[in-house]
Write a protein that binds this ligand. Structure first.
Ligand code: 15L
Length: 275
């Protein structure tokens, strides 16, 4: 957690969707320091389920248009971590990530919310090879229904900026876990502290329009070029390099004919939708 007790409150009320998920839980504890009230939502119970001081919890399925409209009322900005976050059959993705993201932006438009931080994913670009470098203008090459839905979410963000002036930073999150789990994650890893830095930079940068940024720490190995996102002011402080020796020892041999080793999306490029 980065904010100190002296951190100025920048927002009256922030909305964090997906607050029961892995990154939602991390951000729940961290975003509180930056606002008077943190509104939290998910479809499942949070851990802990009770609202703590400065929190307001509203369980809300993203595909429920009316519920999302009520959820968004009165917030200054939205950190949208909600929805399906792995490869799954089309039906749940359609509900949460396609209908859900449109419901969220419609609610933002009607309630005059001016900024959204959208949790997109590296899987928008999963079919690029690991020996290619991609930037914010590289054409999407999603690696499944999940990546496709995140590409759609980014397009929705672009539409709501172009037509209604709602700003979004779409963060193509790499792999945000306590540590990189395999060789691929040496390039895609995003520490939790850097996630917080990135979300706060995305919320507070003066002008973002609709910007796309790759969400990784300062890893030596990388196939992401964030030079088009300098205006966001994100400066990662952590690096996967400190885990490199341990990761390579755990995974000494790579099958270079394996599509999961060749492509940026790793195992997602061959994941069958579960269900
Ligand atoms: C994602 O988008 C997933 O939400 C996360 O669970 C990881 O698998 C990550 O990508 C990754 O690519 O490592």
């Amino acid at each position: 957690m980065l904010a100190s007790p002296a951190t100025p409150l920048r927002f009256s009320r922030l909305l964090l969707t997906g607050a029961a998920g892995g990154l939602g839980c991390e951000l729940r504890a961290r975003l509180k320091s930056y606002c008077d009230e943190l509104r939290l939502s998910d479809i499942q119970a949070l851990k802990p389920p009770q609202a703590q001081a400065g929190e307001d919890i509203q369980l809300c399925p993203l595909q429920d248009e009316d519920a999302v409209m009520a959820l968004v009322q009165g917030v200054d900005a939205i950190v949208h971590m909600g929805g399906v976050s792995t490869e799954q059959p089309w039906a749940p993705i359609l509900a949460a990530n396609i209908a859900g993201v449109v419901n969220l932006y419609e609610a933002a438009r009607k309630h005059s919310v001016k900024r959204v931080v959208f949790a997109s994913s590296n899987h928008v670009m999963g079919f690029y090879r690991q020996d290619e470098v991609v930037n914010a203008k590289s054409p999407p090459r999603p690696d499944g229904f999940y990546g496709l839905s995140k590409a759609f979410g980014e397009d929705v963000a672009q539409l709501y900026w172009d037509r209604w002036g709602i700003e979004t930073v779409s963060i193509r999150i790499g792999s945000s876990f306590p540590e990189p789990r395999d060789r691929r994650m040496l390039a895609t890893w995003l520490s939790y502290d850097d996630l917080e830095r990135l979300v706060m930079a995305a919320l507070t940068a003066p002008v973002v329009g609709h910007s796309i940024i790759y969400g990784t720490s300062d890893n030596q190995a990388s196939w992401y070029d964030n030079s088009l996102a300098k205006h966001i002011g994100f400066k990662p402080q952590d690096s996967s390099d400190v885990f490199r020796a341990a990761v390579e020892e755990r995974q000494p041999v790579l099958d270079r004919a394996d599509p999961a080793v060749i492509h940026q999306g790793g195992g997602f490029v061959k994941a069958a939708p579960q269900g």
